[in-house]
Design a protein around this ligand. Structure first.
Ligand code: CP
Ligand code: NVA
Length: 325
């Protein structure tokens, strides 16, 4: 029966695409340290090309689908602009306006979209959603933020650290505040790049170490007092007290996180040349004082810009492999 044969052949090619050759970026540790370092090298090259207006368009005719179930400024603009700069195009798909918002199964959406585009970026709630999407996708899937992880952010953050201070190996990164998706991803980075990760969270909001997956205890130290966590740190970083999806807890969190604001006095305990980072958007007067985020230690604008360059390197790698030129 011709129809049955067509289905069988199709299933084989699907297994091949999903099981063997398709790489995804759902967590930072989905790439090896060597591959991540390759991305940083490429990000440097692509950043220079962008700044000198030198055209580099290896992805002509390729399409990125961007699925957003949560709000975004940086992630949307950096992926959309980045794909255009590489010669391709990007589609913005809000769950409100697609059938996802009316309950179409994520597996079905993955099967369909991945037959039409070359790469997919998803921002959603549970990590399980991006994993299920990837399991049914013929093309690479990138996690653009879930409740658990934000790997694209940490790509940009480490690249920014390297640009300003050189290798992050052996350094100390201090996290103050909520043990959220960005914090979990820093923990994975600590193992991959072999640095010390200090975390200070309020009682009841402690890091769940399994979020870092196979982290090693030498890479993680938890503190009750944020001042102890930042002492002699090379980088101090924080994030909003209330992440997207947790808005019902916002008032309680304002009370419980009140002692976990990064201020000038706290920054004085870090190394004199310590950097300050924040993935943004920030709430001045809550998790960070204006004096810090707008002050001399802060590299938040470079950090935001580097989302563009590191994600271009990521897409290039996922679609074209290790490009050296
Ligand atoms: N840092 C970050 O992911 O920003 P957006 O929420 O604006 O994308
Ligand atoms: N932790 C924040 C990061 C926003 C970019 C959130 O999930 O809302």
């Amino acid at each position: 029966m011709p129809g049955a044969r067509a289905v069988r052949l199709d299933a084989n090619s699907h297994d091949e695409a999903v099981g063997r050759s398709t790489r995804h970026f759902l967590q930072l540790k989905d790439l090896t340290q060597t591959e991540l370092e390759h991305l940083f090298g490429r990000a440097r090259v692509l950043k220079e090309r962008q700044r000198s207006h030198s055209l580099y368009q290896p992805l002509r005719g390729r399409t990125l689908a961007m699925i957003f179930e949560k709000n975004s400024t940086r992630t949307r603009v950096s992926f959309e602009a980045g794909m255009a700069q590489l010669g391709g195009s990007a589609l913005f798909l809000s769950s409100r306006e697609t059938q996802l918002g009316r309950g179409e199964p994520i597996e079905d959406v993955a099967e369909v979209i991945s037959r039409m585009v070359d790469v997919v970026m998803i921002r959603t709630f549970e990590q399980d959603i991006v994993q299920r999407f990837a399991a049914h996708s013929r093309v690479p899937v990138i996690n653009g933020l879930t409740d658990e992880y934000h790997p694209c952010q940490i790509l940009a953050d480490i690249f920014t650290f390297i640009e300003h201070r050189g290798p992050i190996h052996g350094r100390t990164v201090a996290w103050v505040g909520d043990s959220n998706n960005v914090c979990n991803t820093w923990l994975q980075a600590a193992k991959l790049f072999d640095f010390n990760f200090h975390v200070a969270t309020p009682p009841g909001y402690e890091l769940e170490p399994e979020r870092g997956e196979s982290y090693e205890s030498m890479h993680l130290e938890c503190f009750n007092d944020p001042h102890d966590a930042v002492r002699d740190a090379d980088l101090v970083t924080t994030d909003v007290w209330t992440s997207m999806g947790f808005e019902d807890e916002a008032e309680a969190r304002k009370r419980e996180f009140a002692d976990y604001r990064v201020d000038t006095e706290m920054m004085k305990l870090a190394k004199p040349d310590a950097l300050f980072m924040h993935c943004l958007p920030a709430h001045r007067g809550e998790e960070v004082d204006a004096d810090v985020i707008d002050g001399p230690h802060s590299v938040v604008w470079d950090e935001a810009e580097n989302r563009l360059h590191t994600q271009k390197a990521l897409i290039e790698f996922l679609l074209l492999g290790k490009v050296e030129s």
